[in-house]
Structures are given as structure tokens and as C-alpha cells.
Design a protein around this ligand. Sequence first.
Ligand code: APR
Length: 403
Amino acid sequence: MVEKVAELGGSSQSTTVVVIGAGPAGLTVANLLRCCGIDCVVLERRSREYVAQRQRAGIVETRAVRMFDSWGLADRVLGGVPYDGILEFRVDGETHLVSDSDGSEGPAARLCPQQILVQRLTANYLAEGGDLRFEVADVSLDGLTTDRPVVRYRAADGVLHTITCSFVAGCDGDHGISRTAVPDGVLTAHAFDHGISWLTVLADSPPPAHPLFAVSPQGFAAHFPRGPHTSRYYLQCPPDDQPDAWPDTRVWDALRSRLADPALVSGPITDREMFRLRSLVHEPMQYGRLFLVGDAAHIISPMGGKGMNLALYDADIFARAVRDFVRDRDDTALRAYSQRALRRVWNDQEFSHWLTRALHDAGDATGSGSYLRGVARARLDRLFTSPTAARGFAEIMTGVDLG
Ligand code: APR
């Protein structure tokens, strides 16, 4: 329902859910609500082209694939290729293959670059008649503790709009406005800096046979597929290193040495970024009628590939909770949203922390010291030799069902 508000030169509108942000979290919320026939409006500050090209995560884990499947969306929104569930750990040049499949029935994880998922979620939502507004500015939230919160924003043409809704889904990432609308003192931030930086480069070069993690005395490196002729590489760096210190020749030399692959085929580097490994959890993930979803509520170090998958789970829990409320006036799941989502968030934080330490401490001992190096090597040894440890690893990689 859109009515013109003549004196403002804008419009006021009413909907059930306003979704702030069209990343993986916001677009998944929007698609799932659409599946339930629930009205929503998505507000995104960037252009459609920008959002569609943003490169980040690359794997949709088994449980997330099954989540989309349960909504009848897997074929429509998941691009990429199924993957054989084998990871390679290369320690000082020695290969160890570890399965990250738990052997359960049903569709498995997919190598699906985030931008492909985002493009498909966008296309599907719009094809279903969804309302998605790009290039909005000055989004503000009011009345979050009332039954009818109000969202204001400025459209690309400069006109101010007001939307009244029942719920706001704050899916606008770590630097969005949603979380800042929560009064001081309501949320607790649990932050952790791993003291490690990564240089990551995207290159037009052959992908590896399996996603590859390498431990060497020069530090950690990784090589992941991002398409039939595209790879993403990671190199551990000192915490305050600068990208300028890494010309292309140094990148390829370091990769060949740390991956213990002197014949590694190079290619043009199309993107490079340096970032610090950090983790952050905001608790609770709800304030009144505002629900924080994905990076708006938590950041996780990339080891283990959980960031995007956590966002997809939050979206699933939230959409089901809104459905219960709209269909049956049952707010039980909405009230349990934060607690349920945080249980998985902390589970994955623990795993990511464990894997980060195991792979970084086991290599370059200058940062962590020889004692932690020994501990980390023991962790890897157990993973490579104990079937029980390997099964536990696979269970968490696939996205263990915490209910
Ligand atoms: N108004 C509207 N949109 C906004 C605003 C704002 N004030 N601020 C940010 N946004 C948009 C961003 O432009 C972006 O498109 O919100 C979106 C947030 O997307 P992500 O940062 O990708 O966060 P999320 O959807 O939670 O992603 C989940 O996927 O690859 C990972 O690193 C990513 O771990 C993250 C995960």
C-alpha cells in the first residue's frame, strides 16, 4: 500500500518486513519470506551491479544447501558445482586428504562463489515480484520497541520515503546502520583479534584439484577454486603488513614455496586485498522488532568458510519465525531467535578459532612460539590419523544440526 505524502514530496508505505541490505543475508531473508507469501521491501545502499560483483566467500556448506532445498529453492539459487567433499592439507609438502562429508544422504556442499549466489538470489526474488530498491541513502529506524517500527530512507532520486512495518531485518553487515539504532548498553560485543593478517589474491589461473590448505615454515597459504579457470589464494602475513609490500613476483614465489609446488601455474591477478583475521559476536541479536542477521550480528575469521553459511542460517531461522507469527500469531520462534542463532554462531566461532590456530601455529613459529607449534601439529596429526577426530571435523564442516 503506497500513499503519496504530498507535503514531503515522498511516499509512505506499509509492509510486513523491511530488510536492510542485499548481501547474502538480506537476499536470503527476502527470498524465504517471498516463499511464504510475506510482504517485504529490501533497501540496499549500493547499485545492483556493485552488489552482484562483490567477491567474498566460495562455499555453500551441505547444511545450507539442504536448507535451500527444504524451501524448494536449491536449483534456482545455487550456482557453481557440487564438490567431492575432499580437502587437501599439505604440511611441509606432504599431502593429507580429509573428507568434509559426513556421509549422510541428500544434496552435498557446493563450490558457489558468493557473487553467483547473490546474482541468483536477486534474480529469483525479482522474478517472483519482490520489491528491491538499490542505491538508497540515509536509512534510519524508529519505533523499534513498538508494534509498528518506521524505516525512513532517501531514494536514488533524492526523494524521502517512509515505510511502516512489523519487523526490521538488519542485514546490512558489520558497518551498517541497523545495529547502531540499538541504544547503548543493550548489546554486548565479544571481540577477538587473531593477530594475523592475510593477503588474498584472485587470479585467472588453474584451480586446485581440491581446496588446499598448506602449512610451511614460511607460514600458512591456501589455494581455493573460484571457477573453471579462476583461483583464490591466501598468504599469512605479519599483522601490520601492507599490500604494496607484495608485488606479483613475491606473491607467486611465496605461494610456490608455501604450497610446496614449484610448478604452480601463475596467471593475471585480478583482485588483491589484505585484511586482519578477527572475530566479533554481538549479543543478543534482537532489539524489540529489529532482528540482526548475518554480519550485522557477527564476524568470523574466514578459516572454515563459515561466514556466509552462518548468515544463511540466521536468515532461515528468522524467516521461519516470521512465518509462524504471520500465519499463526505464534511468537515463540521470534522470541527464541537470538538464542537459537547464537548457539550456532558460537559453535562455528569455536571451530574457526581451532582451525585458525592449528594451521597458523603449526607453520611459522615466530609468532606463536615452539610450544604452540607442537600443540598445533598434534591437532593436525590427530585429524589425519584418528577416524573419530576426522568424523568430528566433517560433522562441523557440513554444518552439524544443532536444532
Ligand atoms: N543501508 C542499506 N544497505 C546497507 C547499508 C545501509 N546503511 N549498509 C550496508 N548495506 C548493505 C551493503 O552494501 C551490503 O550489500 O548491506 C549489505 C551487507 O552485506 P554483507 O556485508 O555481505 O553481509 P551479509 O549479507 O550478512 O553477508 C554474510 O557473507 O561472504 C560473507 O563476508 C560476508 O560473512 C559475510 C556473509
